[in-house]
Design a protein around this ligand. Sequence first.
Ligand code: PLP
Length: 217
Amino acid sequence: MSIKDNLLKIKESLPQNVTLVAVSKTKPLADIQEAYDAGHRIFGENKVQEMTEKWESLPKDIEWHMIGHLQRNKVKYMASFVALVHGVDSLRLLKEINKRAKQNDRVIPCLLQVHIAEEESKFGFDETELLDLIHSGTLDSLQHIEIKGLMGMATFTENTQQVKKEFQSLKRLFDRVKLELPGIEELSMGMSGDYEIALAEGSSMVRLGSSIFGARN
Ligand SMILES: *Cc1c(COP(=O)(O)O)cnc(C)c1O
């Protein structure tokens, strides 16, 4: 099936209120253009340099989401255009994004990443760290950041019960955080291999790469 066919089929299957981020990392401009021509406008990348190069070459009404682990020294390169940063996992990073957003005279929407997987390799706040950050009041002082919600990645496993439990724990935390930050609305969870489980557990935003663009090398 073509990228267009994959995209349209997936879009048709998603609930109306769920946002699809088409993860185009490692894929060439032509692939993104094909998805764009099929009407899609939201793309996710995990490397700042690659995202910036693609932003320069492609239509300017694309919303670029940074979904990967982000180093502080790279924030400045994307601060003028990034539409949503999914993987914010430290206060230091949040402060840097705030600083660069201010220099660009804008507010940058961010999701706080929560560590829900068993794997150590995945990033994010744990539950206590996240609640401490919210209670600290520090977020109020970061006027060029808008916290839009939470993001998490489940363990890479065939065990769907485990994946389900991890998404459930993130949804519970999201509901709890929402009591204190009523403005949050996005729960970014679900990739090609697990997004159906994520949707059943309350995801509002899925990040799909290989199911749209085909396997990566
Ligand atoms: C690569 C990536 C995805 C998409 O992965 P697929 O399995 O190809 O859908 C989603 N989220 C993050 C954070 C990624 O790095």
